[in-house]
Design a protein around this ligand. Structure first.
Ligand code: PEP
Length: 257
């Protein structure tokens, strides 16, 4: 059975002490409500700013089902890339996940799928689990190009991986028009795209790989709308931005399966 995941993307928010408090509040919740006792036995990932990563990963420690992740990594292993962080640094900080291709990286930092393929590769080399983000902008949806856009993102970014490598990937479908806007994709829109992505995986790899791939929805998902999104067959959880910054709200989302 594929994994259910609720992941929080803290983006560029929170001072270190605030981030640690948030992580500790979430950990306290998980100690009281072990994730394996919740419906779907979900996992949690905390994608923190890179300066918080080591502290949060240490706080998470061996808490079952909870792990830390970085929001980005460089495509090169090391060297003269001032201001960047490498996959090895993320791994050495105790984190086990990395976001690849978040729409804000694509739009503000010009990251293209060819580069994201290299980031995915190096993340896997250092034993990290890439959460690969894809999704269309509003004009592309209005012009009915959203399926083509997502297909191309996955083909270039991921579909060159071997089946074994691909089995370590989590995909996050995040329609860009829904990120941080308060406009959520309808459950039908989310399910339609998730089913499409799963079908692409089936065509590229096989049914078993498609069945086992976790596909998260992201875009203004919160404690109020998570249940109706997660109720869809192909929606395996969420990548949560704004609503991941409050422990109560984030923990309410994990109970939405
Ligand atoms: C995100 O940043 O990945 C995201 C989905 O943000 P929000 O939940 O705030 O829309």
């Amino acid at each position: 059975m594929r994994k259910k995941i609720v992941a929080g993307n803290w983006k560029m928010n929170l001072r270190l002490e605030e981030g640690l408090k948030l992580a500790n509040d979430i950990i306290a919740f998980v100690k009281e409500h072990p994730l394996k006792s919740l419906k779907g036995k979900p996992e949690m990932i905390l994608f923190t700013p890179s300066v918080h990563l080591s502290s949060v990963a240490t706080a998470v420690g061996q808490t079952e089902g909870v792990s830390a992740g970085a929001q980005n990594c460089h495509n090169q292993p090391k060297g003269a890339y001032t201001g960047e962080i490498s996959a090895e640094m993320i791994q050495s900080a105790g984190a086990t996940n990395v976001l690849v291709g978040h729409s804000e990286r694509r739009s503000y930092f010009g990251e293209k799928d060819e580069l994201l393929a290299e980031k995915t590769k190096i993340a896997l080399e250092y034993g990290l689990r890439p959460v690969f983000c894809c999704g269309e902008v509003l004009d592309e949806r209005n012009e009915k190009k959203h399926f083509d856009v997502v297909r191309k993102q996955l083909e270039t970014g991921l579909f060159w991986l071997s089946e074994k490598e691909f089995s370590k990937i989590v995909i996050a479908y995040e329609p860009v028009w829904a990120i941080g806007t308060g406009v959520t994709a309808t459950p039908e829109q989310a399910q339609e795209m998730h089913a499409f992505i799963r079908q692409l995986i089936k065509e590229k790899y096989n049914s078993q790989t498609a069945e086992n791939t976790t596909i998260l929805y992201g875009g203004s998902c919160n404690a109020k709308n998570a249940a109706e999104l997660f109720a869809n067959e192909d929606v395996d959880g969420g990548l949560i931005g704004g609503a991941s910054l409050k422990a109560d709200e984030f923990c309410a989302i994990i109970k939405s399966f």
